[in-house]
Design a protein around this ligand. Structure first.
Ligand SMILES: C[S@@+](CC[C@H](N)C(=O)[O-])C[C@H]1O[C@@H](n2cnc3c(N)ncnc32)[C@H](O)[C@@H]1O
Length: 266
């Protein structure tokens, strides 16, 4: 029996979850899946191999990553993948479903925003929410390009990574904004929700924060950030779930955010 590294096993578990999620949609042939923040192929290439009847577009701001992806696709003879050098917010291509695996910090929110603006289902596995750099106030922030979600009271804004085509406001949902959580408290929640809080191969259960284990504290912060993201999409007419990716339980990067336009549910 071959033995696989822990990293390989995690990648396998992630790709299996995305594959199951895509299968659940029973997409017609030639449907287009966009992978936001695709990197050098971690998710796009395995999915393209698993679904040769679908078309994939990998979007990233790093040309070197896209060059590597193209070389790897060529190496294994995959022809249903295209790449687009673009910031997520600036991507103008048409697509049927958005996926994103570990778009750090705001990149996950940019992917959700892009899909929701176009009424497309999305599957987003976020990471590194603590990387979101919040700037206080909203006076200089451009409005997000949808109604009913301006940087109102209790909100604060920051640019997306890359070229900064979008300005994303935090908290994402009106629901959480209405709780009037102070900016520094929300920032701390995001930092504690950050996957890097978990040290690879270690369990944090023994480390206590007050009466709560550090991992439990991390999970609660993570759940709140996921809930805020889900509530944002729900407020815009989506049905949303936070799923656990099988095989990654206990890992800090086990969440898969699923959003489907409510009017497409049957
Ligand atoms: C942690 S890597 C994940 C790569 C890949 N999805 C995987 O799981 O192997 C995050 C990727 O998102 C890209 N990225 C971050 N912000 C982005 C943005 N605003 N627009 C496009 N790509 C972005 C980065 O360049 C990087 O390649």
């Amino acid at each position: 029996m071959p033995t696989f590294s822990p990293r390989f096993q995690r990648k396998l578990a992630q790709c299996s979850s995305f594959s199951a999620a895509l299968s659940s949609l029973s997409l017609p042939p030639n449907s287009t899946i966009v992978d936001f923040g695709c990197g050098s192929c971690g998710l796009t290439l395995p999915l393209a191999l698993a679904f040769p009847e679908l078309r994939f577009v990998g979007v990233d701001i790093k040309k070197t990553a896209l060059d590597l992806m193209e070389a790897r696709c060529e190496e294994v003879g995959v022809t249903n993948v295209e790449t687009a050098l673009s910031d997520i917010g600036a991507f103008e291509g048409e697509y049927d479903v958005a996926v994103s695996l570990h778009g750090c910090g705001q990149a996950s929110d940019a992917a959700i925003l892009h899909a929701v603006d176009r009424g497309r289902p999305y599957f987003v596995a976020p990471c590194c929410i603590g990387k979101v750099k919040f700037s206080l106030g909203t006076a200089s922030a451009k409005k997000e390009n949808h109604a009913n979600h301006e940087g109102g009271s209790g909100g604060f804004a920051s640019r997306t990574a890359g070229e900064g085509f979008d300005v994303l406001s935090y908290p994402r949902s009106s629901w959480l904004r209405e709780q009037q959580i102070p900016t520094d408290v929300f920032s701390r929640i995001c930092e504690s929700a950050d996957s890097s809080f978990m040290i690879e191969g270690e369990t944090m259960n023994d480390v206590a924060v007050g009466q709560t284990s550090a991992f439990e504290y991390h999970r609660r912060c993570c759940n709140l950030v996921c809930l805020d993201r889900n509530m944002y999409a729900q407020e815009r007419g989506y049905a949303c779930w936070t799923c656990k990716m099988p095989g990654l339980e206990g890992s800090a990067k086990s969440d898969l955010l699923v959003g489907v336009p409510s009017n497409a549910m049957h």
